[in-house]
Each structure stands twice: as structure tokens, then as C-alpha cells.
Ligand binder design. Structure first.
Ligand code: FEO
Length: 394
């Protein structure tokens, strides 16, 4: 197991889940994932930082056994979601003297979700610490990365920062570290886009909070560890900023070809005007790819035909997703087609209203697009170009 030694007295005891292809029954996992758990042995006490998904609890317990761990004093639970907390009851059963160290919010979640008894908890405060002897666990609350209770743990003696979901990636690997920054950039971006982007103002505050720490190794609870903090926090700062690019994300669906033709024409028109377009056919799009494109796009467009007097259900899904991801997109619009009428635009506009983006007059086409419709699409593309230009984008 010592090939998994990170620093003297700190070993990786987590589990790889390379075969997993979906998370939350929603997010696709093209690269699988890992559930990282770390055992920290000080001169006097031992702590486990996060556990693993319940499906991999046997691996965690067997890693602890293989490492010769006879007792655990503390199980630090940095986040209540079950992919990190779900095996804590099994760890407590195997190591009955262990106490769960967490904040009051997470304590409530663990009591509700896992029925962990009240007397098993030690509750920490922001900035609090616990000594393991020659190592200290210092806790810093980093809320909304991505639940309200999330916090990070810092060991100053080893300059290690444990961040749970924050700064992580769904990327299965047997290696502790990625072979290069390039290997992990897209998985980390996808992870940020899907999980963290709705909370970017909190992410910015959390980045400020941790940047004062002297960090040699960042140890998230998904994906490889990072040597130093600059690479990953640099990208997080960029993704969480208000900056947008001269880019348009279009998510569309077409049933009989009209909206498909409209979308293809519109993409060409936008590109001719110098904008980069990320187009996704909702028939088979990966929402992680859409979430990543939205990180940079100044404008988002939904393309939909009318179905039963309203948007296609897949267009409703993407509008809901936009609402959930709360991208920094400044402008929104709708393109699509209809046969005899309905409230496609009204329904989507109502869903998207809370995003605070400006809705540019949509283009809805009756039947298959004709010359006058292409002209309206060109006009919409021109309006978007002008709006981008006003923002100084080119
Ligand atoms: Fe990886 Fe929010 O759990």
C-alpha cells in the first residue's frame, strides 16, 4: 500500500470506479471517477479524511486493513454527500472508537442520511483544529462547494490541503497524480462546470480563503491530486470570473428537420460574423459538454420545435439545466419552428427569466424556413454580434 504514500504518515486508502458511467443518474462520466479517502497517522492519533461511495466500502476497509490500521480516532467528514460519507457507518462499525469530526451542518446531514448517532460526533468551527500529535488538522469552511456544509482540511506540517469535491475531477486513475496538467484540465473543467458553476460567487470567496495557505499538495476526494495549488486555482479563478468570450452556445432539437435547418443556417450566420459557436443536438448531447461551453459563452440559444403547444420536452430540460447551472451568459434567445401555434417562446422565457440575462427577440418560423426567415436569422445573428461588441468582445 505504500505506493500510495503521499507524505510520511499520509496514505491514500480510497477506491477507483473506472467503470462508472453516470453520477446522480444525470451526469455522464466519460472517464469514470474515484472516491479518495486519506489516512493521516500522527504521533498520537489517527484520522481518516472522507470515506468512499458505499459501493466501494469493501475496498476502503481492505486498504485500511492492508495498511495495518488497528484503530482510527477521527473520521473527518468534509461533505455530507454519500459518495464521500456513505461508508462512514461501515468505518465506525470496524473502528468503534472513532468519532466523526465535522461541522454542525454536515452533522445534521449525516444524522439524517446515515443515521449516525449524536454521541459519535465532534463538532468543529471554522478555523478550528485538532492535533494528531506531530500533525495538526485545521479546518476552513468553504460553503457551497457544492453543498452548504462543505469545508477543507489543512495540515500545515505537511503543507497538504484536502478539499473534497472542491478542485476535484471525475477521472479514474490508478496514479496519485496526473501525468501532466493537460491530462487533467478537461476533466477538471467538466467537473467545475457541472458541479461548481452554479455557486461561482461562493467559489471566488473560497478561493480567496485558501490562497493564503502554503500548499504543496492539493488532495481532492475525486480524481488525481495536484502538485501545488496554482494550476488548479488559476483555472478555477478564470472559470468563476465574470469574463465571457465572443462565443455562442446553441442547444437544439429537431423532429422533422425544420429546426435543424434553422439551426444550421444560424450557426453559419454567427460564424460569418466572427463568433465561435458550440452547437449541441439534444438528441444525444452530453450535458457536461454543454456545461463546459456555457462557462465561456456570452450568449446561449435554445432551438426547439413546438410540441403540444409548447417547447419540445428536451428544450424544457435544457432550459431547466440553464436555470440550475446559472451560467454567466449575458444574452439568451430562442429559435425554432411551429406548425399552427402555441407558447414555445413564452414558456422558455418564463423559465429563463430568473437568470438575469437579456433575452434577445427570438425567431420562430412557421413550417420549413424560407427566404424571409433566413433574413430574420441573419438579423438575430447581427444583434448578437452587436451586443458582444458592446461588451468589447471580438
Ligand atoms: Fe463528490 Fe458532492 O460529492
Amino acid at each position: 500500500m505504500n505506493d500510495k504514500e503521499i507524505k510520511k504518515g499520509i496514505i491514500y486508502v480510497g477506491a477507483n470506479d473506472a467503470e462508472r458511467r453516470i453520477f446522480d443518474e444525470l451526469i455522464e462520466l466519460p472517464d469514470g471517477t474515484t472516491y479518495n479517502s486519506y489516512l493521516v497517522s500522527g504521533s498520537e492519533k489517527t484520522a481518516l479524511i472522507d470515506s468512499v461511495d458505499p459501493s466501494k466500502k469493501d475496498i476502503l476497509l481492505s486498504n485500511l486493513k492492508a495498511a495495518g490500521i488497528k484503530s482510527i480516532d477521527y473520521v473527518v467528514s468534509q461533505h455530507g454527500e454519500q459518495d464521500h460519507s456513505g461508508s462512514i457507518p461501515d468505518v465506525l462499525a470496524a473502528y468503534p472508537m472513532a468519532k466523526v469530526v465535522t461541522n454542525s451542518k454536515c452533522r445534521g446531514e449525516l444524522a439524517d442520511l446515515l443515521m449516525i448517532k449524536e454521541d459519535k460526533f465532534i463538532t468543529i468551527e471554522d478555523g478550528g483544529e485538532i492535533s494528531l500529535g506531530d500533525k495538526t488538522l485545521k479546518f476552513f469552511f468553504t460553503p457551497w462547494a457544492h453543498w452548504p456544509e462543505t469545508f477543507v482540511t489543512y495540515i500545515p506540517e505537511d503543507r497538504m490541503l484536502f478539499t473534497c469535491d472542491f478542485l476535484g475531477s471525475h477521472y479514474a486513475t490508478e496514479n496519485l497524480y496526473a501525468q501532466s496538467n493537460d491530462e487533467i484540465l478537461i476533466p477538471a473543467k467538466r467537473y467545475y462546470a457541472e458541479i461548481m458553476s452554479p455557486f461561482r460567487s461562493m467559489i471566488r470567496k473560497n478561493l480567496e480563503k485558501i490562497k493564503v495557505l502554503d500548499v504543496d499538495i492539493v488532495a481532492p476526494s475525486h480524481g488525481p491530486l495536484h502538485k501545488g495549488m496554482d494550476f488548479i486555482t488559476g483555472y478555477y479563478s478564470q472559470w468563476a470570473s465574470d469574463d465571457v468570450k465572443n462565443e455562442v452556445t446553441i442547444a437544439y432539437i429537431s423532429m422533422h428537420g425544420s429546426t435543424g435547418k434553422i439551426t444550421r443556417y444560424f450557426i453559419e450566420s454567427l460564424e460569418k460574423k466572427g463568433m465561435k459557436v458550440h452547437a449541441f443536438n439534444l438528441a444525444d448531447a452530453d450535458i457536461g459538454d454543454i456545461a463546459m461551453a456555457l462557462l465561456d459563452s456570452a450568449t446561449a440559444i435554445i432551438g426547439s420545435p413546438m410540441v403540444l403547444a409548447g417547447p419540445h420536452p428536451k428544450a424544457i430540460f435544457i432550459a431547466y439545466l440553464l436555470k440550475a447551472l446559472r451560467p454567466k451568459t449575458r444574452f439568451l434567445s430562442v429559435i425554432g419552428s411551429y406548425g399552427w401555434g402555441g407558447k414555445l417562446v413564452e414558456q422558455l422565457a418564463e423559465m429563463l427569466g430568473s437568470l438575469g440575462a437579456e433575452i434577445i427577440e427570438p425567431v420562430l418560423v412557421k413550417g420549413y424556413p424560407k427566404e424571409a426567415d433566413f433574413k430574420m436569422l441573419d438579423e438575430l445573428a447581427e444583434k448578437i454580434r452587436a451586443k458582444h461588441q458592446e461588451l468589447g468582445l471580438s
